[in-house]
Design a binder for this molecule. Structure first.
Ligand code: UN1
Length: 542
């Protein structure tokens, strides 16, 4: 008989070098564990140790996606009429269960996508924070009472759920980002079909199981694994079939535009959180060491694989040399490796082989743009590794940190997002030039400035076109109760997190209650109060 783990999952007979289990993974549809109807599977591989397979997961097709959508539709009636405070209570249970299992979930995240343990813990904490925040929002899903212009009549507003939401997230924040989406969605009374990121199916499975253990009724969240162009595309195509009432997507701008078009032609709401080329400006009055620290973290933390990672580093020419020599000293001392086996690494491998391939293409774009490479030699191998690399490079998919200087606005690499450990450095003549450059890319997600001049900070804050701005801080660092999202090529203006996200998962329903027992017509039957003739001559007081 097959060995079964305490999770209820079957242990596949796959010899991982580190003795880690390789499991048979499942979709969760209407609370049931399901394989793909076509029987195909794909593997989840540890990018820090490519021989370590976390599991085999259903490669879902159209039929599976539709089954999940039907389950979500069926569950909607019961869930949307469950009192919002009860929905909040279940969400609170999810947060508490996640806290209980945090260490294990964090270790799965690191094993599956290679983020450092510290950063995985941050991502899981963000999911917990989201649950704790929305637990109480369930008691606060307020509407308004509004005065009528007619007597014996009352007006009200209510927040209503949209229906069935399709959730598609990237794998770089595989705990935080799906929770940013699904927790407010279900708090508002919606049901979801969640297409997990193809590089984080085990973590997504564990999270979905925890959600069910928290008391979530079957069918409210349905998990389907698969690839973006397969299951993800089927979920988007289902919008055209009238099976989806909302899509929430985090990923590339190109895919986001396609989703926006499909949703737009069906008048279906879309939340699109897309790419960024986040600028960070360094002015002469800045605390230099603090600014170096912030730029270094923004550029190379998470191996540069956050939507909020630093893109263009814009440095005032008066402090350019001093800043760059301090920054380069840090870049050259970067420690890289598998954080499950090495202490104190700044970053681990790329999220997966696919991200490595794309990153190498982006480096090629920097080269052809004509930027000056100051540091970095592509993929780390045992024959080509920086001094701070720890471990056996052949086991995983690791990249050098890269710095490109003399970047100008006419270069492609000034405008294009590079998802990985690489920054593009631009020199600015003065504040106005720096602000101009910060606004010159097609994106507008995050942004930051280091300055101790309050007027400059103010002018940056008011002059930058971005969804988020850090003052004397790096470009990263969203919190679960602040609005997250961008403008321009970074999104369609919808926001995640905090009270603002509730707008994205509910619509306003205006209700009028006529108590007079007769038909009273708004505007037409309203009592008109005449202006009395002014007898007083005010000029006598002047
Ligand atoms: C993302 O990269 O999609 O502010 C999310 C940050 C994180 C969230 C990033 N808290 O960088």
């Amino acid at each position: 008989m097959a060995q079964v783990l305490s999770t209820g999952l079957e242990f596949l007979d796959h010899s991982n070098p580190n003795g880690n289990p390789c499991v048979k993974g499942y979709n969760i549809i209407d609370g049931e564990l399901k394989q793909a109807s076509g029987g195909s599977t794909f593997k989840s591989i540890n990018p820090a140790w490519l021989d370590d397979c976390l599991g085999e997961f259903p490669l879902s097709g159209e039929e599976d996606v539709h089954e999940a959508l039907r389950a979500a539709r069926k569950a909607f009636a019961g869930w949307s009429t469950t009192p919002a405070p009860t929905r909040g209570q279940i969400i609170g249970n999810m947060g508490r269960l996640l806290m209980e299992h945090k260490d294990a979930i964090v270790a799965i995240e690191t094993r599956e996508i290679g983020k450092t343990l510290k950063e995985s813990a941050g991502s899981v904490q963000e999911a917990i924070d989201t649950c704790l925040f929305f637990q109480s929002e369930g008691r606060r899903l307020y509407g308004q009472t509004v005065n009528s212009e007619l007597p014996d009549k009352e007006l009200f507003t209510y927040r209503r759920p949209l229906g069935v939401c399709g959730i598609i997230n990237a794998c770089n924040f595989p705990a935080a980002v799906p929770f940013w989406k699904m927790i407010p969605a279900i708090m508002c009374g919606n049901t979801c079909v969640w297409k997990s990121p193809q590089d984080a199916p085990l973590l997504s499975f564990a999270l979905a199981r925890i959600m069910h253990e928290s008391g979530l009724p079957n069918g409210v969240i349905n998990l389907v694994h698969g690839k973006g162009s397969g299951a993800g595309q089927h979920l988007v195509d289902a919008v055209d079939k009238g099976m989806v009432d909302k899509i929430s997507f985090t990923g590339s701008t190109a895919v986001g535009k396609m989703i926006g078009e499909v949703c737009g032609r069906n008048l279906v709401s879309a939340s699109l959180e897309l790419g960024g080329k986040n600028p960070l400006v360094i002015m002469p009055s800045a605390n230099m060491d603090n600014a170096v620290e912030g730029a270094y973290w923004a550029g190379f933390g998470t191996a540069g694989q956050r939507c909020t990672s630093l893109g263009n580093l814009i440095i005032h020419r008066d402090i350019y040399d001093e800043f760059m020599s301090k920054l380069m000293a840090k870049v050259e001392s970067t420690t890289i490796g598998d954080s499950l086996r090495n202490e104190g690494v700044l970053y681990g491998p790329m999220l997966s082989e696919k991200y490595a391939v794309d990153f190498l293409k982006d480096l090629g774009m920097c080269e052809t743009s004509g930027a000056t490479k100051l540091y970095g030699k592509g993929r780390i191998t045992n024959d080509n590794k920086p001094a701070g690399f720890l471990g056996d490079a052949s086991e995983g998919v690791y990249m050098w940190p890269h710095v490109y200087a003399n970047v100008t606005e006419d270069m492609e690499c000034f405008h294009e997002e590079i998802f990985g450990p690489a920054i593009t450095v631009v020199k600015a003549n003065d504040f106005d030039h720096a602000l101009y450059l910060a606004n010159a890319s097609p994106y507008g997600l995050s942004s930051a400035i280091y300055t101790n001049d309050r007027l400059e900070a103010y002018r940056f804050k008011t002059g930058i076109k971005a969804g988020m701005t850090g003052i004397n801080n790096s470009t990263t660092g969203a919190e679960a109760h602040l609005p997250f999202g961008g403008v321009k090529g970074s999104g369609n203006g919808t926001r995640e997190s905090g009270i603002w996200v509730i707008e994205a998962y509910s619509y306003w329903h205006a209700v009028n209650d006529e108590l007079s027992g007769k038909l009273q017509l708004a505007q037409m039957d309203v009592e008109e109060i005449e202006i009395e003739e002014a007898e007083v001559d005010w000029t006598s007081l002047a």
